[in-house]
Design a protein around this ligand. Structure first.
Ligand code: CMX
Length: 437
């Protein structure tokens, strides 16, 4: 397979670089760690290495060194589509180069070959109580796929460390191929009682397959949204909860399936991926409160303050690393404004973008008062009729798989070790603080 060859060709040089770092500079200090960071969620401690994406606080995410507008422009697109092949993005993340159209299509073809989901996975999902959260279902389905893991099988049979990345890549392609099918099945089953097995067509790309299997009305436009959505949500360097969970669990040489199920469990948290369902909830709360209209600036300003005064956060605003409007938000806002500028929720999301940063600045707590990726993503789904909020994090999960599995492959290829940070007791931290004072 092409991706396989492309990674294999790069490996000797990368391994050399890694070895040289450890051998020649192992004792060099990169950063100092403060008490605030130690007790504050390890915030900003530089302790992970990835070349797949980087979040610059001042400009936002770069995939393999390229900004979102650059990636959107450079990646090949299906004929008649405005957004690129998801297969092209996966190639970029894994290989580090912009693919040709043929190379992007090769990934798409691999996915089509691997998209069949074993029946026991659907049976597992059907056996769950009807009110199970779709993220729980998705995580369970991925966990069930552990049975299919080549990595686990070959590890159990005995495999050389240098070869780990190869079955890791196979598992990653298999997993990412099956996710749209599983996600669409969860959607159809949970909200429409439809338990037929979605069929992945080799004649359509990832985005078009997803749109068709979801059963939305405007399949052509929704396919473009799916392509954009998966691309934007794919990776956000390694320290966020889902990426870090994948990395941590994978570092124990758990398979991509086990590690990604863990990543999904982190993504299901309300401060991480689940925020997108809360964001649309908040937008609709505003919309309904003002008689299903877009309120005036003054009314919105007051409503935002009411939210803060009641002790809640404004979902979709703020970020742990970013200090500017999230370019993933900007890309989605542009998508919506180009296609349906008159949509009330899009107009509302745009007004919130004008009003809320000022409110958060006045409050003076949030380090970044600007919107993040979630501030508008739900409004776009809502427009195309996907109105079941608690499904939105599943969409995030399908996209996130692309980035974290690419990282998994490279972590195994470079022989990254098991994670084991050191903990201290509170006494020890106080002691260190006193000494410094
Ligand atoms: N509304 C109100 N208060 C906010 C806020 C917001 N949108 N964003 C941050 N703050 C508050 C924090 O709650 C914190 O208050 P306390 O000191 O009382 O605890 C203070 O500002 C400082 O927080 P911060 O350092 O700026 O932000 P964090 O890095 O701790 O948290 C995030 C980042 C995203 C969890 C936070 O901004 C938030 O809760 N936002 C709303 C939820 C949201 O949109 N989540 C989506 C995250 C996107 C993703 O995971 O990719």
């Amino acid at each position: 397979m092409l991706i396989h060859e492309k990674i294999a060709a790069q490996l000797p040089a990368w391994r050399e670089r890694y070895k040289a770092l450890a051998k020649n500079y192992g004792e060099v200090v990169i950063d100092q760690v403060t008490v605030g960071q130690v007790i504050g969620g390890m915030r900003d401690i530089k302790s992970l290495v990835t070349d797949i994406s980087f979040v610059d606080p001042a400009t936002g995410i770069k995939f393999r060194g390229m900004s979102i507008p650059e990636v959107l422009k450079a990646l090949p697109k299906p004929r008649g589509a405005t957004m690129p092949y998801v297969g092209g993005l996966y190639y970029l993340l894994l290989v580090g180069q912009i693919p040709t159209r043929a190379q992007a299509l090769e990934v798409e073809a691999e996915w089509a070959k691997r998209a069949t989901v074993p029946t026991y996975v659907f049976k597992t999902l059907k056996a769950m109580p009807k009110d199970t959260h779709p993220m729980t279902l998705l995580s369970q389905a991925v966990l069930a796929l552990q049975n299919e893991s080549l990595f686990a099988k070959q590890y159990a049979e005995g495999m050389k460390k240098d070869a780990y990345w190869e079955p890791a890549l196979e598992d990653s392609l298999n997993l990412t191929a099956k996710l749209p099918v599983i996600a669409a099945f969860i959607y159809r089953m949970k909200y429409f009682g439809d338990t037929r097995t979605p069929k992945y067509s080799p004649r359509q790309d990832y985005g078009a397959n997803f749109a068709r299997m979801m059963g939305v009305e405007n399949k052509r436009e929704y396919a473009d949204l799916a392509r954009l959505y998966f691309l934007l949500h794919s990776d956000h360097e390694s320290g966020n909860v889902s990426a870090h969970a994948m990395h941590l669990v994978g570092s124990a040489l758990s398979s991509p399936m086990l590690a990604f199920s863990a990543a999904l469990n982190g993504l299901a948290g309300p401060l991480h991926g689940l925020a997108n369902q809360e964001c649309l909830g908040w937008l609709l709360e505003v919309y309904n409160r003002f008689g299903q209209t877009v309120p005036s600036r003054d009314d919105l300003y007051k409503f935002a303050w009411d939210t803060l005064n009641s002790g809640k956060v404004i979902p979709g605003y703020g970020h742990a690393v970013l200090r500017v409007p999230d370019p993933r938000f900007v890309a989605q806002l542009e998508f919506a404004k180009q296609r349906f500028p008159q949509d009330d929720l899009v107009r509302l999301a745009d007004l919130v973008y004008e009003v809320v940063p000022a409110v958060l600045k006045e409050q003076g707590k949030a380090k970044n008062p600007a919107p993040n990726v979630d501030a508008i993503s739900g409004a776009l789904q809502y427009h195309y009729g996907v109105r079941e909020f608690d499904f939105y994090t599943v969409l995030f999960g399908v996209g996130r798989a692309l980035g974290v599995t690419a990282n998994y492959v490279w972590a195994r290829a470079l022989g990254q070790p098991i994670e084991r940070p050191k903990s201290l007791t509170t006494d020890m931290v106080e002691e260190a603080a006193k000494k410094a004072a």
